[in-house]
Design a protein around this ligand. Sequence first.
Ligand SMILES: [Mn+2]
Length: 311
Amino acid sequence: MYEKALELIQKYDTVIIHRHSNPDGDAIGAQTGLWYFIKANFPGKTVFCAGDDPNRYSFMERSAPDIIPDAAYDGALAVILDTSSAELISDSRWRTAAHTLRLDHHLMLAKIADDEIVDSSYESCAGMVADMIRESGLVLTPECAKALFTGMVTDSGRFLYDSTSPRTFGLAEFLTSSGFSRDGIFRSLYANDFKNVRARAMFVLNIKFTPNNVAYVYTSLQGFPSYGIDAFSLSRGMVNAMADIRGVDIWVNFTETENGVWCEIRSSSKNVCPVAVKYGGGGHAKACGATLPDRETAMKLLADLDEMSGE
Ligand SMILES: [Mn+2]
């Protein structure tokens, strides 16, 4: 499955690895994991990681983006990881590379790169990179394995989400057999600052329900500062505070920002992605999102989810 990807990585002297902006553990894990893989197996190559601030994932080794001169893209291969739409790719210079390759596990929205391997049966993009390495038979170093394992853990929700498959566990065995220490990974990923614990408590008190039991929280621009956390931590970070409410199959978190209403949709059983796509967003079947222009549009999206929940 990964012959073409491996062939391209072998062919180009410079490889620049891109991921989505506002990175999660999978975006960083897949990116840095691929960086370690190329450096270990093709030491003569120049390899860069492009992107924006890794924020809470800055504990991951090599997560800080490299400073990349424009000239590096001349004749280079740009590898795009974990990203389903071109606008979400961090650092738009990927377009100036000689050739582009994409590995992604989101639902296919549109062709972006010259060569693409898109397979939504993978729990994580890090898992795809791990599978590519396993298929290659080349060297897997402990640093590489640790990065990929961290990505796999975050996107599978600690092997909880139903995207977790026998292949996931097989790849986890492959990665953990390299001998890196798992000490600290889970603590770094899941330890919370008290301000987040406090914000989560406030958030839970603001949960509301539609007639058909869609749980939701709408945070206005005025209400937002009282949480004392950034918009991303509130939007993406809090949505799953609604995950385990009995009788709730769909939940959605709306966060008003200066750049529109961020909307994070989750479901335990339904494919909610078409609703996100209808409003210009995308993602996975049971975890997706969109940025909406205003509260009115947000309430329309909520009504669509309510209808789906009632079916
Ligand atoms: Mn991912």
